[in-house]
Write a protein that binds this ligand. Structure first.
Ligand code: NAG
Length: 815
């Protein structure tokens, strides 16, 4: 091994160890610490920045990135007027699948809930309420084609590592790990390992794909759509290589023009076996075995006669065609039978259709269709005859689906036999042979009010608590996160006052919520005013813009849905209560919503659905920070709150289609939170392995799941951050099955279980959340314990009482 390679591996290993092992182990319970929420508040600010952030800073100081010396680019915005200059033609959108989406839905017989190719119903005046400012963190145009991707730029997509810093960190198109350097791509199949606290994966690379003549010297992100990203490599000559990365593809495909294909491996190639072509127009197939034990299928069309030298395969000069790689999993002999039937088809475009909601009551559902266009659709290669039973009669994609897809797919869609030995962080992957992943999403009905009718005696009780809480309706926090939590707390009181018919309090609270929001959304007179970031296209806080780690990194697009979701909840309650007095706030609120969940692909100011990942079925919180483990999300409770608020807001404004769209997204986010963040012990074993000992995940990354939080390791944080804030939507994720399973104090069977965590929290705000959750199992004991705790700054005793009375359950008889 050459020195360079050794150093490279060492660096990889160090990076990997730091990312994976750099986390302090959670404290051993029972602890004696008495953490009050105020203490957490003091330490929370820098901590929401993902911890590997410090690692990235270190990396950056070792090899200073050239990002900071790039000149700010001119944008099609007229700075003075803070609006899109009319003379400019409509910028080409980042999401290019819009046109295809329409055709896609026709193809599937699905009626979209919303035409995302049209301007959003939320879009009011062209002029933004917020002043414009440039972001000091500039997009690195050495990494993407600035004519293909224009502002508003994506900031939280799963593949964003490709556009950040040096673009060197990997992306995770499950089941693979991929890196894209200037001279080519590299690919590996990560191995996962579980411990009691986490499931992590290695970053071992099996192949480097590039050209033998060293013509490829430049790589750019050259396009993106609703599901994936396109990368193009080029150089001085005619040589070019292109790849589209989508999650779940069994084959990684590289389309080459005028170049000498090179596949290099750090392992030794121990055998190479050309396979018989079963159909005339199939690609040539070669089975390759490495001394690591891994086996791969390599397809090429036109056929490449690979020349093997030590550790590399070289093709013929000036080759134009495509090369595909697929790992053969844990049963190469049977997996290869499936893979070779599907070789030759690759995705060229991806789209998502959310259908109209059908049915009523408990039977409401929507269809989610992820549809890929393929090279076969593009003409030329359409259908072929393959003389093996079970082979598809038309060319289809071979792709993997996640457990939450498997739950809802028609089981006939799964291939049998499928592919074995493949998984993602989220659990085992199953194979389907289809150009679409189409499934029914159940739509649970939620509203402003909770589901239980409030009995008169309970109303009296809530009323007396509300009267006490009316004394504490000020909000002093100056940052968007804690201010948001505060204003949402007061808005909850307003909503509850309305529900119990206390019009006098409702009227006072309405005045208070308006007074709180006005400086932020109308006058911009608060100390940390929101501004429009004209560099990327979004609304950020001034403090966050100045300091990338301030306000939880929100100047770099961390956590916008968490922060603004709280504002939108308050706005929704105001709008529902009295649309006229809400009117002056409407424009600012709608723009904030367009920042984090813009439902239109043609919006020139904000990217489409900033955080939401339709393949994974949930949002990614991390913004313009790069990590070896890809994207992450911690607080599913706040993500759910963001789409719940969006739904209520659109509903209060009478925007039916938009409300329905958000209701679907809310249900998808909640379903993924239940599935991946709130597993019972049995489910956790299935997803995260035998060794993983918990029934909650604190932070879910692209390539690891952690029982941890960014602000501390106390178990009440891990459970609590997956629940807050408590609203009628919270019952979507606080299921009785899960709470029964998690409510445990046996340190052997369930270390740091929810009951232990609640006791450890010692009557603070976190304890209150956990007891409130327990009310879905035993309302009375939960009520007593929860009401004895001191509320978190985003919560009140009135809300706690109301939640338990409207969502709790009488104790079920012992099993
Ligand atoms: C790209 O360059 C790196 C660093 O020199 C090298 O290790 C790698 O093998 C090259 N990849 C290809 C495909 O040539």
């Amino acid at each position: 091994m050459r020195l360079q390679e050794t150093l490279g591996l060492l660096f990889l290993w160090t990076l990997h160890s730091a990312v994976v092992y750099g986390w302090p182990a959670p404290e051993v319970l029972p602890g004696s610490k008495k953490l009050q929420i105020s203490t957490i508040k003091a330490t929370a600010a820098p901590a929401r920045i993902p911890r590997s952030y410090s690692l990235n800073l270190a990396q950056r100081s070792q090899s200073p990135s050239d990002i900071h010396v790039l000149k700010p680019k001119r944008h099609p915005y007229n700075k003075d007027q803070n609006r899109l200059a009319r003379s400019n033609p409509v910028a080409k959108r980042v999401v290019q699948a819009a046109g295809y989406q329409k055709r896609a839905s026709e193809l599937q017989g699905v009626t979209p809930v919303l035409d995302s190719t049209q301007p959003s119903q939320l879009k009011g005046q062209e002029k933004l309420v917020f002043e414009s400012q440039a972001n000091t963190y500039k997009p690195n145009t050495n990494l993407f084609d600035a004519t293909a991707l224009k502002k508003p730029l994506p900031t939280n997509r799963w593949w964003l590592n490709l556009m950040l810093e040096k673009g060197a960190d990997p992306i995770h198109p499950y089941p693979y790990l991929v890196r894209c350097a200037t001279n080519g791509s590299s690919i590996g199949l990560p191995k996962f390992s579980s411990t009691a606290q986490a499931i992590t994966s290695d970053q071992v690379i099996d192949w480097q794909i590039g050209d033998d003549d060293k013509q490829l010297t430049k790589r750019l992100v050259t396009g993106a759509d609703a599901l994936g990203v396109q990368v193009t490599w080029s150089g001085t000559g005619a040589a070019q290589m292109k790849s589209r990365f989508y999650k779940g593809m069994a084959f990684q495909t590289f389309v080459m023009t005028q170049m000498t294909p090179l596949l290099r491996t750090g392992h030794a190639i121990t055998s190479m076996q050309p396979l018989e072509n079963a159909a005339a127009d199939m690609p040539a197939l070669t089975r390759v075995k490495l001394n690591s034990g891994a086996e791969w299928l390599i397809a090429s069309k036109p056929a490449i006669q690979w020349k093997k030298t030590s550790g590399q395969l070289v093709g013929q000069a000036k080759y134009t065609g495509y090369v595909q790689l697929a790992h053969l999993g844990d049963k190469p002999d049977s997996n290869i039978q499936v893979l070779q039937q599907y070789a030759g088809t690759y995705a060229t475009e991806g789209s998502v259709t959310y259908s109209k909601i059908e049915g009523s009551g408990d039977a409401r559902s929507a269809n989610i269709v992820l549809l890929y266009k393929t090279n076969a659709d593009a003409g030329g290669d359409t259908s072929y005859t393959y003389n093996t039973p079970g082979a598809p009669s038309t060319k289809q994609l071979l792709s993997f689906v996640l457990p939450h897809h498997v739950d809802r797919l028609d089981s006939k869609s799964l291939l049998s036999p499928g592919l074995t030995g493949f998984r993602s962080t989220k659990g085992p992957l199953k194979a389907i042979g289809s150009n679409s992943i189409s499934y029914k999403q159940k739509i649970e009905t939620v509203d402003f009010t909770g589901s239980n009718v409030i009995a008169d005696a309970d109303k009296t009780r809530i009323q007396s608590q509300l009267t006490k809480d009316m004394a504490k309706v000020e909000v002093t926090a100056s940052d968007p996160y804690f201010f948001g939590k505060g204003v949402a707390r007061v808005a909850r009181l307003l909503q509850i006052a309305q529900e119990i018919g206390d019009t006098a309090s409702a009227s006072k609270l309405q005045t208070q919520v308006i007074a709180l929001l006005q400086p932020w959304l109308v006058k911009k007179s608060n100390s940390d005013p929101l501004v429009y970031d004209e560099t990327w296209g979004g609304i950020v806080s001034t403090v966050g813009l100045k300091d990338s780690s301030a306000d939880y990194g929100q100047g770099r697009y961390n956590d916008h849905h968490f922060h603004y979701g709280y504002f939108l909840y308050a706005a929704a309650v105001l709008a529902k209560h009295d649309i006229n007095s809400f009117a002056p706030l409407k424009e600012g609120a709608s723009q904030l919503l367009r920042d984090y969940a813009n439902p239109s692909m043609t919006d020139e100011q904000f990217p489409y659905m900033r955080h939401f990942d339709p393949y994974d079925g949930h949002s990614w919180a991390a913004g313009l920070f790069t990590f070896g483990d890809g994207r992450n999300q911690e607080s599913t409770g706040e993500a759910i709150n963001a789409y719940y608020a969006a739904y209520l807001y659109a509903k209060a404004l009478g925007l039916k289609e938009t409300a329905d769209f958000y209701e679907i997204v809310l249900n998808m986010e909640a379903a993924s939170a239940r599935r991946y963040w709130h597993p019972t012990r049995a489910q956790a074993t299935e997803l995260y392995g035998e060794a993983f000992k918990h029934n909650a995940v604190g932070i879910l990354w692209s390539s690891k799941a952690d029982y941890a939080t960014f602000f501390g390791a106390d178990p009440e944080f891990i459970y609590g951050i997956q629940m807050i804030p408590f609203t009628p939507a919270t019952k979507m994720i606080i299921t009785q099955d899960w709470v029964k399973d998690a409510w445990c104090s046996d340190q052997g069977a369930c270390p740091d279980g929810m009951k232990t965590a609640a006791a450890h929290a010692n009557k603070n705000g976190w304890a209150q959340f956990l007891y409130t959750a327990y009310s879905v199992v035993d309302r009375n004991s939960a009520l007593e314990n929860a009401m004895a705790c001191k509320p978190d700054d985003g919560n009140s005793l009135t809300n706690t009482l109301h939640w338990i009375l409207t969502s709790g359950q009488a104790a079920s008889p012992p099993v």
